[in-house]
Design a protein around this ligand. Structure first.
Ligand SMILES: NC(=O)c1ccc[n+]([C@@H]2O[C@H](COP(=O)([O-])OP(=O)(O)OC[C@H]3O[C@@H](n4cnc5c(N)ncnc54)[C@H](OP(=O)(O)O)[C@@H]3O)[C@@H](O)[C@H]2O)c1
Length: 428
């Protein structure tokens, strides 16, 4: 078959877009550096805004300004890139930009998770566009995959390691026998963990990301507090040994799952992960996401979840998408599912405070080891959500060890749905 020469003819170079860059830290400099190394991308950083006038910068001082608001009405800028580390200021700027109908790229997951619905409404009301691939798993293109590719297909489940810092600490503890404190100090030295590590180690950061994923995977808008987040601040060698004795690893896993009755649950907890899972091999500071779609089946994405270049790369991908006229569809928000918390979850709890065991009110206990201070069994997810701060304050360590199971009316509905599937000759 002859090749159509017109298809192979070089296309005209894209017209260069002028970027207003707000923030010149890790991500801002990462993007700037990528654009310097890759001029063919045809994006030019036209104005840069930072906060501190006294800071020494890698570029001439004349290239920096200090009033982000000044960029909002500069119509010579094609797009604003907001990559600052202050969620409240970022929200004010992004709202003001969207009210003017502007195109905006942001990486600020904490801000997005808190205000996503409002930001979606603003885009619809004023015709602006907001993209944020960099906010979840850095360089891994998971938001656009969910929104554009799986916008129509139902998803059963999404599981992911969404925080590189805690994953690095767990890898050091699992492979090197390092204690939590030194492993965390090393993560901070290498720039993987924040100076205040609680956002990463307390699973607040992956909780924000889970909120964003729930919106695109299921059309479900959640408040961050609705998502259970349990971290690894209380972990010890005993817990690592418990996992190793089963041939498994402890990973902090975000789990979004559609239940048989169609409702969706979302949580982020340490979890036992066995070699059969693609997440088992996601070590060090890497991130990974496993998607299970009804018809496509299982897919696995793995990559760098943070750092200047990987995150800058995701921002660049958003810029290119904007230039092609792309906007998120949020297709599944047209018929959103209900959020489910009336479930039980199998956990391993280690604590030296017996009252915490009473408080969680285990409905079933399968294992107890008094000498190591742990118990394994089922507890209500709602109890964990209610008591998570108390558990954290008392240094308790919890690992999810098994599946979620519905209780009460939901259990009956699940049984009925299973029977219907069996009658139809299908399996879940
Ligand atoms: N680092 C990562 O790997 C990564 C990955 C994914 C997402 N993110 C997200 O990306 C965003 C930026 O992170 P980062 O690591 O690049 O932060 P960073 O290194 O701390 O840099 C923050 C930058 O924002 C500037 N800034 C702060 N408040 C400002 C304001 N009101 N107006 C103008 N500039 C302001 C700072 O100015 P000065 O230079 O004057 O201090 C600095 O240049 C955050 O939302 C973060 O959660 C980061």
């Amino acid at each position: 078959m002859p090749i159509n020469a017109a298809l192979l003819a070089p296309t005209a170079p894209a017209q260069s877009w002028r970027i207003g860059l707000i923030g010149f830290g890790c991500v801002g400099q990462g993007l700037y550096d990528i654009l310097q190394q890759h001029p063919a991308s045809s994006f030019e950083v036209a104005r840069i805004v930072v906060k501190n006038p006294d800071k020494v910068r890698p570029l001439p001082a004349a290239q920096f300004e200090f009033e982000a608001e000044a960029l909002l009405d500069d119509n010579t800028l094609d797009v604003l890139v907001e990559v600052i580390d202050d969620a409240d200021a970022a929200f004010r700027l992004v709202v003001a930009a969207l009210r003017r109908g502007r195109r905006v790229v942001t990486a600020n997951k904490a801000m997005l998770a808190r205000h996503l619905l409002e930001l979606v409404d603003l885009q619809r009301a004023h015709g602006g566009t907001l993209l944020y691939e960099a906010a979840v798993c850095g360089s891994i293109p998971v938001i656009r995959t969910l929104d554009a590719y799986f916008g129509t297909e139902p998803l059963r489940q999404l599981t992911g390691i969404l925080n590189g810092s805690s994953n690095y600490v767990l890898t050091r503890m699992g492979e090197g026998g390092t204690d939590y404190g030194p492993a965390l100090a090393r993560a901070q030295q290498l720039g993987f963990a924040e100076t205040d590590p609680s956002l990463d180690m307390g699973a607040f950061d992956p909780r924000s990301k889970a909120v964003l994923l729930a919106a695109h995977a299921y059309g479900l808008f959640l408040e961050p507090e609705q998502v259970l987040n349990l971290g690894i601040e209380g972990i010890s060698a005993t817990d690592i040994a418990f996992a190793a004795s089963r041939g498994e690893k402890i990973k902090v896993v975000a789990g979004l799952q559609r239940l048989l009755d169609g409702r969706v649950t979302a949580l982020v907890t340490p979890q036992l992960v066995g070699p059969e899972s693609p997440l088992f091999g996601v070590d060090e500071e890497f991130n990974g996401v496993v998607l299970e779609a009804d018809f496509a089946g299982e897919q696995f994405l793995r990559g760098r979840g943070a750092g200047g270049h990987p995150t800058g790369s995701a921002v660049l991908a958003d810029l290119a998408a904007l230039r092609q006229g792309f906007a998120y569809h949020y297709a599944k928000t047209a018929a959103p599912p209900t959020h489910a918390t009336d479930l039980e979850i199998e956990i391993y709890l280690r604590t030296d405070e017996p009252r915490l065991i009473d408080l969680l009110d285990f409905s079933e206990v399968s294992e107890e080891a008094d000498e190591d201070g742990y118990v394994v069994g089922y507890v209500a997810l709602a109890h964990l959500i209610t008591h998570r701060d108390l558990l954290r304050e008392h240094g308790a360590f919890i690992v999810r060890t098994g599946q979620l199971r519905p209780v009460g009316e939901a259990a009956e509905a699940t049984e009925a749905a299973e029977a219907a599937l069996e009658t139809a000759g299908r399996s879940w």
